[in-house]
Design a protein around this ligand. Structure first.
Ligand code: GLY
Length: 577
């Protein structure tokens, strides 16, 4: 027996890869991995009380709207992917929609230049979808009473909770101009909460910033949540809350009307499915572009043997980056809300199309993005189209990603209602050829139309191994979500790392435009030089590539274990029992 193996066994530190690696948190029954610890505990309590994964998702999502205002929300939207233990699966799309008064050139000034109105202020918001989405999923799969599931959020808002170090830092960043977002990203959190009186009063205490350990109460939000708890989601979309919402919008030059709220509907869509060896990936359909990207990238990589060069090597990094670059080139051209535009979906995720795209990759040299054109998928397909992961004791799984877009969204808190609004309108193509806040360049397929949903990168995903639940994962991180999720999947499926180790590895990102290969800290100077020699304009030590929160189902000595991986790029929590 190899000495390292003997030592590992003696210390109980066996891992599949026979190397020393940070271990995931393991639990035998059920688990929640979320980006904010109090909300993770709320989810765990729901599971222990007999709730299923969808019940826990409702409790976690509403708790996050209180404890994690950076991205948890009632005023945004997102996607929930459900896979039940009997094989049923569902994708709930509660992405925001453009208001009826929105139109293609609404964010251009008189010279045709993009303004900042899609990012900041009252005109930046799409019609929020979060509560309708949670309601729809709960109606289909929930077991516990809606009112019980909202009780923790009501209590957290009314009684308050101790401010953590990271929330204190995050609020300070949003209260001071020119600071960065708490996850080190390039988003717009700097000063975002300083512009509107209610945001300043509630989140910044008018400049007396919350310090760690102080209690943060949100009384207006508590009142709103209580009404939604008692009267249901219609109160938010059609009742007095909706009228109040619409009045404030009109008073401040915003676009969302009572009719927009009343007409908003969350929809159930068919998830996308693809394979990679023995793995089946179940993931997000349009208006997510992320699920499609994930499948396109694994299809390009499958069977190439790229991994033989070794995890983190220049050769492997180069090859995966070339696959990323090709997906993002297609994304800009073909993807938009499939309820409005024809997306050649089946072709884009086919193995045949991946073969064509793969053929253009030179294993030795980077292909400049300027010479990468979109591929030629077969046209005329059908119109189908903060993250947390949950697995319950019965093996039902939920992957939920939802967002305000930028940290703290548009910076607007609706007076009297106490919640922040999204700036999701910036995810549309404001002007073809102009980058959005994530630097993404997209085209006409993603143009603004009334009632349309903007493209999203959110990629909640469930992976089966030989038909059995194996991974539940997803991430926040804007355009870096699909590449972050891809790398964690590959680290598990190809490099055989445990889920925590898979998340901990340094990640990289290429999105076609700008033509840069972004590397997180952790790549050696030699590797960086080799990548440069291959022709990559490398940006080393850059921002984090998404924050992946994942659960892996393992079998150890014939027993099922849940292994939770929490992304150290932030400070979430694995909560299990
Ligand atoms: N708002 C970020 C995304 O949906 O991709």
């Amino acid at each position: 027996m190899r000495k390292s193996l003997a030592v590992a066994l003696a210390l109980g530190l066996w891992t599949d890869s026979l190397v020393w690696a940070r271990q995931p948190v393991r639990a035998a029954q059920a688990m929640v991995v979320a980006q904010e610890p109090i909300a993770a505990e709320v989810g765990l309590a729901t599971l222990k009380a007999g709730g299923n994964a969808v019940d826990a998702a409702v409790a976690v999502a509403t708790a996050l709207a209180v404890t994690y205002p950076f991205a948890g929300n009632l005023g945004g939207g997102g996607f929930m992917l459900v896979r039940m233990n009997d094989g049923r699966q569902a994708f709930f799309d509660f992405r925001e929609k453009a208001p009826a008064a929105a139109g293609p050139n609404m964010y251009l000034d008189k010279d045709g230049k993009p303004t900042r109105d899609s990012v900041v202020g009252w005109r930046a918001s799409g019609v929020p979808g979060t509560l309708r989405g949670l309601e729809l999923a709960h109606r289909k799969f929930g077991q516990q009473k809606w009112a019980d599931l909202l009780a923790p959020a009501v209590k957290l808002a009314r009684e308050g909770f101790p401010v953590s170090y990271s929330l204190s830092q995050s609020l300070k960043s949003a209260g001071r101009v020119r600071a960065n977002a708490p996850d080190g990203s390039v988003l717009t959190a700097g000063g975002i909460l300083t512009r509107e009186a209610d945001s300043k009063r509630i989140f910044l205490r008018d400049g007396r910033f919350y310090e760690p350990g102080e209690i943060f109460r949100q009384l207006e939000l508590a009142t709103l949540l209580k009404r939604v708890q008692e009267r249901g989601v219609n109160e938010f979309y059609e009742g007095e809350l909706a009228r109040h919402f619409a009045r404030e919008m009109a008073a401040h030059g915003g676009l969302i009307t009572y009719e927009d709220l009343k007409n908003y509907q969350a929809v159930e869509r068919k998830p996308l499915e693809g394979t990679f060896g023995d793995y089946t990936l179940i993931t997000a359909p349009p208006p997510s572009t992320g699920g499609l990207g994930l499948l396109q990238m694994v299809n390009i990589l499958e069977g190439t043997g790229y991994e033989k060069a070794g995890l983190g090597s220049a050769a492997a990094t180069h090859y995966v980056a070339e696959a990323m670059r090709r997906y993002y080139a297609d994304r800009g051209e073909f993807l938009g809300d499939a309820d409005f535009v024809k997306v050649p979906l089946t072709s884009l995720i086919s193995k045949a199309y991946a073969r064509e795209r793969r053929a253009s990759i030179d294993p030795a040299k980077a292909t400049p993005s300027s010479v990468i054109k979109q591929g030629r998928p077969t046209p005329g397909e059908s119109n189908e189209t903060t993250h947390f992961s949950i697995v319950d004791a019965a093996g039902n799984a939920v992957a939920l990603t939802y967002t305000l877009n930028g940290g703290y969204g548009s910076g607007v808190t609706l007076p009297g209602l106490g919640f922040l609004l999204n700036n999701e309108m910036d995810d549309f193509t404001v002007k073809p050829g102009s980058p959005n806040m994530f630097g993404l360049i997209e085209g006409e397929a993603n143009a603004i139309r009334p009632g349309k949903r903007p493209n999203s990168s959110m990629t909640p995903t469930v992976v089966l191994l030989k038909g059995q639940l194996h991974l539940v994962l997803g991430a926040p991180g804007g355009s870096r979500i699909p590449t972050g999720v891809l790398q964690v999947f590959l680290n598990v499926a190809v490099h055989k790392l445990n889920i925590q180790d898979a998340i901990d590895q340094p990640r990289f990102h290429h999105q076609w435009q700008p033509d840069k290969l972004y590397l997180e800290r952790g790549f050696s100077p030699d590797t960086i030089e080799l990548l440069r020699a291959k022709g990559h304009p490398v940006e080393p030590n850059t921002f984090g590539v998404a924050r992946v929160e994942a659960i892996q189902v393992e079998t150890i000595d014939g027993k099922r274990w849940l292994a939770g991986g929490q992304d150290g790029r932030g400070d979430g929590k694995v909560a299990g029992y």
